[in-house]
Design a protein. Structure first.
Length: 186
């Protein structure tokens, strides 16, 4: 058993008969009244995000997890197949278990969180950013770097990302996986 002082990003807890991963948290000490912890929890089973407030010092039921590096192999219907880099065993996960599956290309290495009690995969953590090639966008105009205007671009995985006007087809761009937004041209 842990308490609210042990809360951190990425911690998996058992709450309301489900397992949730803490996405973000904030310790609040108001001038009047007791302290509390405001959290944003994401269900690892169905992907639903909820906001919850825990009183300070409350006991929480944490779940013991392990992280393993897996390589993304391919998509088969609504299942995504991964291979463990250590023992070459393969697992498959539903699309709902992934945060941004549209930004994952074959061969990408991800971290999968596995529950140690029953060896079931809980969630997939993508790298902070990915580099993808632009396959379709309107032609870029030289000199359009002063404004913050954007245009839609389709990348090699099929995802659509808003990019600056100077990006052309064939350019490689870095995309932040947490927000799915353009970061820079490579």
């Amino acid at each position: 058993m842990a308490t609210t002082s042990d809360i951190r990003n990425g911690l998996c807890i058992r709450y309301n008969n489900d397992i949730y991963k803490i996405v973000e948290f904030l310790h609040v000490k108001p001038g009047k009244g007791p302290a509390f912890v405001r959290t944003k929890l994401k269900s690892v089973t169905n992907g639903k995000v909820i906001d919850n407030t825990f009183p300070s010092g409350r006991k929480i039921d944490d779940v013991r997890v392990e992280t393993h590096k897996f390589q993304y192999l391919y998509k088969d219907g609504e299942f995504y197949h991964f291979m463990n880099e250590q023992d070459y065993s393969q697992i498959r996960l539903l699309e709902a278990a992934l945060d941004t599956p549209e930004l994952m290309k074959e061969g990408e290495v991800v971290t999968i969180i596995i529950n140690t009690e029953d060896n079931m995969p809980l969630s997939v953590e993508m790298p902070a950013s990915v580099i993808l090639e632009v396959t379709h966008t309107e032609p870029g105009v030289k000199g359009n770097t002063a404004t913050n205007a954007t245009k839609p671009a389709t990348v090699e995985t099929g995802a659509t990302v808003n990019v600056p006007l100077f990006i052309n087809e064939g350019d490689k761009i870095k995309i932040e996986t947490a927000s799915g937004s353009y970061k820079e041209r490579i």
